[in-house]
Design a protein around this ligand. Sequence first.
Ligand code: HEC
Length: 124
Amino acid sequence: MVLGIRVLAAAGVTTIALAAAAQDAQRGKALFDQCVACHSFDPARNEAGPHLKGLFGRKAAGVGDFIYSPPLRRADFVWTPELLDKFLADPQQPPFRGNRMPFAGIPDAQARADLIAYLKQASE
Ligand code: HEC
């Protein structure tokens, strides 16, 4: 009986967590309007910016047929949610300085978190 209640409680917590995450990604999808003119998730289609398919775990400047700026080509890291958060907060801070993505950044940390939640789903 006690065990049954614990299992139910654990299941309830999971449901709430999933609902919250889904909501964030939903807000993030709207925020992606700021990126969509230059980025798609179609690996066959670069726009002004490289496609974002498979972004997390991908090397910086990792899209073979896109011509990146020298700072991004020299960058030696793999995109993680943490690094993307840093990049989107201020695209011109190290280690990204000098890249030519024409974007001022997103100062609001919650908005960046929501956008990254969406990107995790959409870039898979
Ligand atoms: C006006 C066009 C434009 C907009 C808007 C834009 N980007 Fe970019 N983005 C670029 C360009 C161009 C590059 C390549 C920069 C370089 O080579 O220095 C780039 C690079 C990137 C990269 C690095 C990709 C890689 O392969 O290393 C990421 C990640 C990225 N953008 C995400 C975003 C997100 C998320 C948004 C929206 C918040 C956004 N960009 C808005 C043009 C844009």
